[in-house]
Design a protein around this ligand. Structure first.
Ligand code: NAD
Length: 472
């Protein structure tokens, strides 16, 4: 494998953390290796009758827990090395947030802009058929989800194809997550990764001694943020950061970037892009035709949310952010990561920060297997209990609350927690808990957050293998 490969980069980060653990070399070698990779080629008959040969992949990195889980991306950069690296990151990510899966990743090597909707459907269905044939998909085997270049629409085609060819009608819904809500999806999955990114950044900014070291105050209010990639993850992260009082001062997209140190209103930028089909020429903002230059502007928090290797040796010394929050997978190369650490920049690592997607996918998978919406059986009961507590409190304090207060409390209690509330609370709890775990490990070993996250992941996966009894 080429030294600059993405998988080699992930393995360098693994090696950096493995030094702090006491596992045997054999167990460490098993944890980091990619167990299986399936490369397929198939013909696509284009709408005009010509034929394209499509190359696609699925990598299953680790089966220490089953099923394996990971997104599917549609991008021209997709290759075997990339899916192996992303599958490895999935194994570590799931372990960090205690989601009981091994890691996997899939990809189809296409630029989706070059294909019609009907062609994309044919490609997706054929890909799913090939995965089914080779037992690379299934509720207990390997469960894909959306990633770069895919949405809930592709997930619904995957489900429909799997359902029609696999002999598993009862649990077929659980063969893929990120489906539309009307088709077994869970409320909150679309925004989950960006929402998780927000929770992670919020936690990072809540620790006083870390903020003091950066010369920042705690909290998100007024923090200056630059976002690269306004897709699913970047848009939702920006939305929640803005709602919490942060100021979006720069946005980098593939066709150019915008910068205004006074702040850009996200809704206006989105409307502008929709209307003009371009990011550029937004009123009151400086245009950048080379959008990577936006990453080099001064800010408090830089959020790369597009693709890998965006911050590397050739531009890292010009990065002027105090915190880099890796919403995308692998946006910083290992050499650039070391430079940032050496220069006091806090890097919140991808392997933790974008785990919100797989966390909520886990809730969707559980819902599909249990065949019941989250909260369906407990909602009325919870509301009933809450009203009883309210009545008891009134009795204890010896006076009734005023009618408006009662009616406000009753109406918010009357329906208990909805599925969306439960998903959001499960996501917040997961992201908050995992942040403090990796922060604690990093502090104990006097190291950076990424190394802390990898140490936790390695320890948890090692426990999984040791419990299985395969390793002495
Ligand atoms: P997406 O396709 O919805 O959005 C990606 C955005 O990046 C698009 O708006 C695209 O135009 C933009 N972009 C492409 N090239 C760019 C460039 N050179 N400069 C600036 N912008 C560019 O994809 P997504 O689902 O938001 O995924 C983004 C990243 O997050 C990927 O690394 C993906 O692996 C990771 N991720 C996604 C999820 C998820 O649930 N979707 C989960 C975990 C990690």
């Amino acid at each position: 494998m080429h030294q600059n490969s993405f998988f080699a980069e992930v393995n360098k980060m693994f090696a950096r953390a493995a030094k702090y653990t006491s596992h045997s070399p054999g167990l460490l070698a098993q944890i980091k290796s990619c167990n299986s990779i399936y490369h397929m080629s198939f013909p696509l008959v284009r709408d005009n009758g010509s034929i394209d040969v499509i190359n696609a992949y699925r990598a299953e990195h680790s089966q220490h827990m089953q099923p394996t889980k990971g997104g599917i991306r549609y991008a021209p950069s997709v290759n075997a090395d990339e899916v192996m690296a992303l599958a490895a990151l999935m194994s570590y990510k799931c372990a960090i947030v205690d989601v009981p899966y091994g890691g996997a990743k899939g990809g189809i090597c296409i630029n989706r802009q070059n294909y019609s909707q009907a062609e994309l459907e044919r490609i997706t269905r054929r890909y799913t058929f090939e995965l089914t044939k080779k037992n690379f998909i299934g509720p207990g085997v390997d469960v894909p989800a959306p990633d770069y270049g895919t949405t809930s629409t592709e997930m619904s085609w995957i489900f429909d194809t799997y359902r029609s060819v696999a002999n598993n009608p009862l649990d077929a819904l659980a063969c893929v997550t990120g489906k539309p809500v009307g088709m077994g999806g869970v409320r909150g999955r679309t925004e989950a990764t960006g929402r998780g990114v927000f929770f992670g950044i919020r936690e990072a900014c809540s620790i006083e001694e870390d903020m003091d070291a950066l010369g920042l105050c705690t909290g998100l209010e007024g923090k200056r943020v630059i976002i690269q990639g306004l897709g699913n993850v970047g848009y939702h992260a920006a939305l929640y950061l803005e709602q919490a009082g942060a100021k979006i001062i720069g946005i980098a997209e593939y066709d150019g970037g915008l910068y205004n140190p006074e702040g850009l209103r996200l809704a206006d930028v989105v409307a502008h892009r929709k209307e003009t089909r371009s990011t550029l020429n937004f009123p009151d903002a400086q245009n950048f035709t080379d959008s990577r230059k936006i990453l080099e502007q001064e800010c408090d928090i830089l959020v790369p949310a597009a693709l890998e290797s965006q911050i590397r040796s050739d531009n890292v010394s010009r990065i002027r952010a105090k915190i880099v929050a890796e919403a995308a997978n692998g946006p910083i190369t290992s050499a650039a990561d070391q430079w940032l650490i050496d220069n006091g920049v806090v890097v919140v690592p991808d392997v933790y920060l974008n785990a919100g997607g797989v966390t909520v996918s886990y809730f969707e998978w559980l819902r599909n297997l249990s065949h019941v919406r989250h909260g369906r059986m407990s909602r009325r009961r919870e509301a009933h209990n809450a009203l009883q507590i309210l009545e008891t409190v009134q009795g204890l304090v010896g006076k009734n609350f005023d009618p408006d207060t009662i009616s406000n409390i009753e109406s918010s209690l009357a329906f208990g927690a909805s599925e969306a509330d439960l998903v959001d609370s499960g996501l917040e709890d997961t992201m908050v808990g995992a942040y403090h775990e990796i922060h604690e490990t990093a502090r104990t070993h006097n190291t950076d957050l990424r190394t802390g996250a990898f140490i936790n992941a390695i320890d948890k996966i090692a426990q999984g293998y040791l419990r299985s009894g395969i390793f002495p």
